[in-house]
Write a protein that binds this ligand. Structure first.
Ligand SMILES: [Zn+2]
Length: 243
């Protein structure tokens, strides 16, 4: 029998999800977010960019605001009302202290026990190469969970009134090729399809397929594939880094 994944920890109230682009959470783990908000947990989204370089036929100045609107709508579908954007540039996000500081600042403001991000690894498994934005943000999130708790790493944050928050207990990485944990998303899968579908402009530019069929096929396929390692239940997987 295939090695089974552990259930995600349940002892938390607040999560902050930090990713590079609009649609990263919808492709990655929105079904789990829907399940969690149903349970009364509070989840906020922080996007490093507005995904302004994501659509070949729409120039960035017009694309950024459009994708911001689509992201807010997709978050609302899974019960997330708080969506913030940083001003990094799509496609050329630089890993380094600046990015870590921005994310640490957000962690201090939201004070989450769980921080969520998208695959920080070089590939999606095999030879499917990840993008530099995802690896930069994923790694910076893993780092910033620690930075947020240390008053001396970014002292300028305390000067802005953001006191250290050492309460992050886990960082959960969605879309990892080395998952350790999973969430049963039976109750959230349908909303995750609706949530991804809110990125309609992006998806219509991406595929000639019917958008709803495309979203449903992708998300159901992933959840079904994961079920083999989670007792047959449709699942979203995470690589969990306890702190
Ligand atoms: Zn992305």
């Amino acid at each position: 029998m295939t090695e089974q994944l552990e259930p995600m920890p349940a002892q938390w109230e607040r999560a902050l999800a930090v990713v590079a682009h609009p649609d990263d959470l919808e492709y990655g783990c929105a079904a789990a977010v829907a399940v969690w908000t149903d349970e009364g947990r509070e989840i906020s989204y922080l996007l490093a960019t507005r995904g302004e370089a994501g659509i070949d036929t729409i120039e960035p100045a017009r694309c950024g605001p459009l994708r911001e609107r689509e992201q807010r709508a997709s978050a609302a579908v899974v019960g997330v009302g708080s969506v913030e954007f940083l001003d990094h540039h799509d496609g050329v996000i630089e890993y380094g202290p600046g990015l870590r500081r921005d994310i640490a600042a957000a962690i201090r403001r939201y004070r989450p026990e769980l921080v969520i991000t998208l695959n920080h690894r070089d590939t999606w498994g095999g030879t499917a190469w990840n993008t530099p934005d995802h690896t930069a943000v994923g790694r910076a999130v893993l780092d910033a969970a620690g930075d947020a708790g240390n008053r001396w790493i970014f002292p300028e944050l305390a000067a802005r009134g953001l006191q250290p928050w050492d309460g992050v207990r886990w960082v959960a990485v969605a879309g990892s090729s080395e998952p350790t944990h999973a969430v049963d998303v039976t109750g959230g899968l349908e909303r995750s399809v609706r949530s991804l579908l809110e990125h309609r402009t992006y998806i219509e530019a991406l595929t000639d397929d019917d958008p709803e069929t495309y979203c449903r096929t992708f998300l159901t396929g992933n959840a079904t594939a994961a079920s083999a390692r989670f007792g047959g239940r449709p699942a979203v997987t995470f690589e969990l880094f306890p702190r």
